[in-house]
Design a protein around this ligand. Structure first.
Ligand code: AMP
Ligand code: MG
Length: 401
């Protein structure tokens, strides 16, 4: 297959996103904050409270009104702690106040205790010039009632969930989890816990994708291991399409005789894309079986990792309504040379060391260990050579979760 016939990563992402739009999950559910991490907000989160709800002190110190005050020491008329409601400021006095306590009505300034002195008669002398408004966090400084705090489609992490908690929410309305049927194909595969037969290997993709899918908010339907046999492959896809929003498989999508998944999808389904300008991961296959989308990742563990991270991930986020799909990436200085241009876009497992990217010595697509060593992927465009010291785009792995 010539390079010209391969589909670019961008075009493949476009097609995946178009398919995702047609399969958006419309159902939503209310989930307690404690269980809502990595889920996607179904509705805008609108503030029902001003934050702060009332002006409060940013310091431990004294509250007073500086308008018309002559700078003389003031007697202390009350103490206000955080969590207690103050009375109005008595004329010609100040108030002992602590961080987070409501500022008494009538006070317009808080002075920190370090800039005060307690006189023998108990009055407070202020040692520095004061101005109205200082050390007071005004009501609504962070947000006002009615403000949209988080937009529908936002992925929920600790920060977003804490914002919901600050509004007094116990639950958030999130998009139903996509149900993903996870299939591993290959006669050679055996699950851990079973003795290895001659020629067999342990199934690692299942564990990789099971965790990764959960991290992207999906519910995994573990569909086990599928032998390299077309009839069983077709039957399995027929059976799974009832239960799944997506069928995600690994293996069996190259052009070999035993690569049944791709064959079945092309013969009995609607193929959407096959053969990408990407290394590792060229055989990635996407289509529909019946009305259910199928993403067939290549079987080599790092091919599965790269194609899931760069392509399947955006599909899974978009069906949940996520808009912000682009992983954060940045240019890095290369601590290696890339003298031979490749016909496909290449993603290299690399670590950031002393401000530059260094390569895992074995970039073979079978070497899963490279991913535990690396911090992310260096992108080398098609037909490109690079010298040590040049820069290239780096995508940290953690951005892909
Ligand atoms: P395939 O894409 O089916 O041609 O598989 C490519 C390579 O990946 C072969 O060496 C397979 O043995 C290996 N492989 C396929 N599936 C898995 C899996 N689930 N876990 C680990 N290795 C796999
Ligand atoms: Mg195979």
């Amino acid at each position: 297959m010539s390079a010209a016939a391969l589909m670019s990563v961008e075009q493949a992402i476009d097609r995946l996103l178009t398919m995702a739009e047609a399969h958006r999950i419309e159902d939503s559910e209310a989930v307690p904050l404690s269980a809502a991490r990595q889920r996607v907000l179904a509705n805008d989160l609108v503030a029902t409270l001003d934050l702060p709800p009332w002006p409060n002190s940013a310091m431990d110190g004294y509250a007073l009104n500086v308008d018309g005050w002559d700078g003389e020491p003031l007697s202390v008329s009350q103490q206000v702690f955080a969590g207690h409601a103050p009375e109005a400021l008595a004329l010609g006095t100040c108030v002992r106040i602590f961080t987070g306590a409501p500022v008494p009505p009538g006070a317009n300034c808080v002075e920190m205790q370090e800039n005060t002195e307690v006189l023998d008669d108990g009055r407070i002398r202020f040692t520095q010039p004061l101005s109205a408004g200082s050390n007071i966090r005004p009501q609504g400084q962070e947000n006002r009632v009615g403000d949209v705090l988080l937009r529908a489609g936002k992925r929920l992490g600790p920060f977003e969930l804490a914002v919901a908690a600050a509004q007094g929410c116990t639950h958030v309305q999130v998009v139903r989890r996509p149900r993903v049927a996870l299939l591993s194909t290959g006669d050679e595969l055996v699950d851990p816990g079973t003795p290895l037969k001659p020629g067999s290997i342990y199934n690692s993709n299942r564990t990789l994708l099971n965790h990764w899918l959960s991290a992207l908010g999906c519910e995994v339907i573990d569909a086990g291991i599928l032998p390299d046999e077309p009839r069983q492959t077709r039957l399995k896809l027929e059976q799974l399409q009832q239960a799944a929003d997506l069928m995600l498989s690994t293996g069996g999508v190259s052009a070999g005789d035993a690569d049944c998944l791709g064959q079945v999808l092309r013969e009995c389904g609607t193929p959407l894309l096959w053969k990408l300008s990407i290394k590792p991961g060229k055989p990635l296959t996407v289509g529909r079986f019946g009305r259910v989308p199928v993403i067939g990742l290549p079987g080599n563990p790092t091919s599965a990792l790269v194609t899931f991270g760069l392509l399947a991930r955006v599909y899974l986020l978009r069906i949940q309504g996520v808009e912000d799909l682009e992983p954060l990436s940045f240019p890095v200085r290369l601590g290696f040379a890339w003298p031979k241009p490749g016909s496909r876009r290449e993603y290299l497992r690399a670590k950031l060391e002393a401000g530059q990217a260094v390569l895992y010595p074995n970039q073979s697509s079978g070497v899963l260990l490279s991913a535990t060593w690396a911090d992310g992927l260096v992108e080398v465009p098609e037909g490109c050579t690079l010298a040590e010291g040049d820069t290239a785009r780096f995508i940290p792995f953690r951005e892909l979760f």
